[in-house]
Each structure stands twice: as structure tokens, then as C-alpha cells.
Design a protein around this ligand. Sequence first.
Ligand SMILES: [Zn+2]
Length: 239
Amino acid sequence: MTGSCGGHAAQSFAVFRMRRAWTAMIRRAAVLIVCVAAVALAASCAGRFMHWTPFARERTAAAYDPARWNLIVVNRWHAIPSEYPQTELTTLRNGQQVDARIYPDLQRMFDAMRADGLDPEVTAGFRTRDVQQRLMDEKVAEYRGKGLPDAAARVQAEQWVAIPGTSEHEIGLAVDVNARGRATDANWAVYRWLAANAYRYGLILRCPDGGSAMTGNGYEPWHYRYVGADAAKAMFASG
Ligand SMILES: [Zn+2]
């Protein structure tokens, strides 16, 4: 009896130890999962860190297919490829320029906005690489002026200005749309309209709030990218 009793106790203790080890392992796994999720979330919430190790991603040339010119992905990690052809431009009344292929849809969108009582304008369209470089230099200088050291100033600037060679403005497929005169309320009326309707005209919000990990940029409610109506509708539907 004693033996079986002792055996039983030993067995219970073994089970107890196994359970304890098991619980500890589950606890460690849970902590690990939470840590991984936190890092992933932090990374996805903070595109600004994505080019710092350990989140660094190499920049490569964007894939370009002339038959799907409207779908080229150009961003912090995908530079405009050297074979990208010279953009044929259409000049708007205010002097801004866009890829001629997006002009008809853009015009239809502006007609619809005006019909809804808004007074929008394209405040930035096509930009040369030199202009993009100048914008970057100015932004870096602005942050340096606030006392940031060089590297930190560059990190901050790259939040708001695309690295030269990686801006959709350099291929004429992006437009910044604001209210003429840029009054805050009028601007936001324009941004709200765009958020709800631009996709119908083939334009998508490129840098949504919280989407910086995907685009590598800060929230820019005025920055729209042309992808064509079919793609825009599909992207809008999928959120
Ligand atoms: Zn823009």
C-alpha cells in the first residue's frame, strides 16, 4: 500500500512538475507573442523607423510594365526604374503638370467637386528629380534649424518629403489637391470629399492615417495617386 501510495505521490509530483513546466512555457510563449505583436505594431505605426535597422529594407528598382503603367509601385523601397520612359505631360491652368493619361479622369473629378460646391486645385503635380531634391534639402535644413543633428533631421524630413528618385510626383501620377486659398476648413472639406469619392475617378489616398508602414510616408490627406478606376475601386473596397 505504502509503495503504491508513495508511487502515487511521486506520480502526482511528476504531473505537478510537468504542469508547472507546461504553464511556464505557455506563459513564456504568450509573452513572446505579445512582444512580437508589439514590435510589429510599433513598426506598422511608425514608418519613420522602417529604414532603421532592424527594420531596414533594401531599396530596389520598381517593376515597370508599360501595359500596366498605372499600377507601378513607387515608394521609399521602390525607386523609379531607369527604364521608366519620359512622361508626356498635360499642363493645368495653374501651371501644374500631370501625366497626360490621367488628365481626363482628373478633369472629371474636378468637375464633380465643383458641382458639389468645392473650389479645389492641384497644388503639386509632376516634379522633376531636381525639384524633389531641392524639397528634400529644404526640409532637412528646416529640421536642422530646429536643432536636430544631420542624421535625425534627415529621418524627420523623409517622413514628409519622398527621397529623390522615389516620389510618385516624379512620374506625374500623383497630385496634391487642396482648396484654392488653402483655408483650413475648405481644405478639410476637399480632403473629406476626396476620401469618399476620389476612387471613382481612379485616384487613391496614398498615405492614409496609420498606413505609413505601407507607404513609408506620414499622413497626407491631400496626396492622391492615380491607379485607374478599376484598381482604385478594388482598393477602396478592400480598405
Ligand atoms: Zn504629394
